[in-house]
Design a binder for this molecule. Structure first.
Ligand code: DLL
Length: 444
């Protein structure tokens, strides 16, 4: 069996034994070295020795993003700073990024984990891999880069943006694998079409897509656009970056969690109690091998479910469902909860629409008001007299969309049609929500 699959097919007892050994070490490490954890454990009246099993983990307090911000930049680091070899971070609304740190061993583990992901997707040593995730503080670029080199792929570190140059390199270097956010790969494919290049004729066979929520309908669309297999990769900087979980092409229904490095729980975000297997809740991860920034029970804010049923690919690791969205991005429209990716499904099903949309939020009195801004397709636009989106034919389309959303997603929302190519294209994580609520409150 390939070294890239071994741990993923262990029987569950063996995996649990390893997890338990590693959890004990992690708990000792944070208690000894990170005042934040020591205080949190003491406040909860928990001694490290009283954690006697994997299940006991549930007695420990959660860690949240605000804890990382409050300890900016280095106060959660569990090693002397001299042992840190890399920082990454994610941009925060407050302007200061959330800082994460890695020792050389952390970087090595991460490279192994991502190499396993690329292998799982279908990448093999000797392949050319085009890496269009952004390089920099964001973990996407360098995370996939090190994994790709570890697997032995010839790695093209193109980063995000400069789409016409991406297309030239795809045509000239003939990569077999591409890594990007789904929204950016969509942008690359559509730009190819505008340049009269047929995206199905490229050398690409597999796409490793993640860093943002995307729907099954978006997968179908991208797979047809390029004639490739599109696979989901999940991760977050606080846990390590990309590679926390990866989808296999055999099953294509859920992502295998790298359980030898990360312990997963799913909780009800209101009650903070565990939910049953198969039920949606908030993903919570505990790192099992990290040295520089070990993390205990990190509340990701991401909504998904898990299953321990064995996958058709033969892997035995716990699988998580596709992430529906972040709790913060959940819209409550007239009492109905909905994630942008659920709206995306219906947009992609309608031929008169392109795949580009945004949801604009504002306040009407005390209520949130949501408007779906969506581009019509070129062919629909051309069929409207005077290309006038106020024309009754276009207004019929608006009613159609509203009807579909009401019937199928149970949401009632305003819809505004946009001309083709007017919604900003993504070069990384797509901006699906334009939140004008603060501005609209100030105006009223
Ligand atoms: O986005 C790491 C990453 C890079 C993952 C490249 C996959 C590929 P952050 O910038 O810290 O890290 O953002 C993490 O992005 O909590 C999710 O809300 C979202 N996210 C990441 N992967 C997926 C996915 C990277 N496959 C946040 N599906 C996470 C849905 C995802 N959401």
């Amino acid at each position: 069996m390939s070294t890239y699959v071994q741990e993923e097919t262990w029987d569950r007892e063996k995996m649990r034994d390893l997890q338990w050994e590693r959890l004990k070490t992690t708990i000792e490490r944070v208690y000894e070295n990170v005042p934040f954890y020591r205080t949190a454990f003491q406040e909860a009246q928990i001694e490290p020795e009283s954690i006697q099993s994997l299940e006991d983990l549930q007695r420990l307090p959660f860690t949240q993003k605000h804890h990382l911000r409050e300890h900016y930049p280095f106060d959660l680091i569990a090693t002397p700073i001299e042992e840190v070899v890399r920082f990454h971070g994610s941009s925060g609304t407050s302007g200061k990024p959330t800082v994460v740190a890695y020792t050389q061993q952390d970087i090595d583990h991460w490279a192994d984990i991502v190499a396993r992901c690329i292998y799982m997707a279908g990448g093999r040593p000797g392949d050319i891999l085009h890496n269009a995730y952004g390089y920099g503080l964001f973990t996407g670029g360098l995370g996939l880069h090190y994994g790709s080199e570890r697997l032995g792929c010839a790695t093209v570190p193109i980063s995000g943006g400069n789409t016409s140059r991406q297309i030239t390199l795809i045509q000239d270097f003939k990569p077999r694998v591409i890594c990007a956010t789904p929204s950016y790969l969509l942008n690359i494919g559509e730009t190819m079409k505008e340049m009269a290049i047929d995206p199905t004729t490229t050398s690409l066979k597999y796409a490793i897509l993640g860093a943002e929520p995307w729907s099954e309908e978006m997968r179908d669309y991208i797979e047809q656009l390029f004639d490739i297999k599109a696979l989901d990769i999940y991760g977050l900087s606080e846990i390590i970056g990309p590679g926390v979980a990866m989808e296999c092409p055999e099953g294509q229904d859920g992502l295998h969690i790298a359980e030898d490095h990360f312990l997963v729980e799913v909780i009800d975000p209101e009650t903070l109690q565990p939910v049953a297997e198969g039920e949606d809740g908030e993903l919570v991860f505990t790192s099992l091998t990290k040295e520089a920034l070990p993390i205990i029970r990190y509340r990701t804010g991401d909504i998904a479910s898990i299953t321990r049923e064995q996958c058709v690919c033969g892997r035995t690791t716990t699988k998580m469902s596709r992430v529906k969205g972040r709790i913060d991005d959940m819209l409550i429209i007239r009492g109905v909860n909905v994630f942008p990716s659920e709206i995306e499904r219906y947009v992609l099903q309608m031929e008169a629409l392109s795949s580009h949309y945004q949801i604009h939020l504002s306040k009407k009195g005390v209520m949130d008001h949501a408007v779906l801004h969506v581009e019509v397709s070129e062919s629909f636009f051309d069929s409207i007299p005077g290309q006038d989106l106020k024309h009754p034919l276009a207004q019929d389309l608006v009613k159609d969309i509203q009807h579909t959303l009401k019937e199928q997603a149970l949401v009632t929302m305003d819809v505004q049609l946009n001309a083709p190519n007017t919604i900003p294209r993504s070069e990384g994580k797509a901006k699906r929500i334009v939140d004008q609520r603060k501005a609209s409150v100030a105006q009223t």
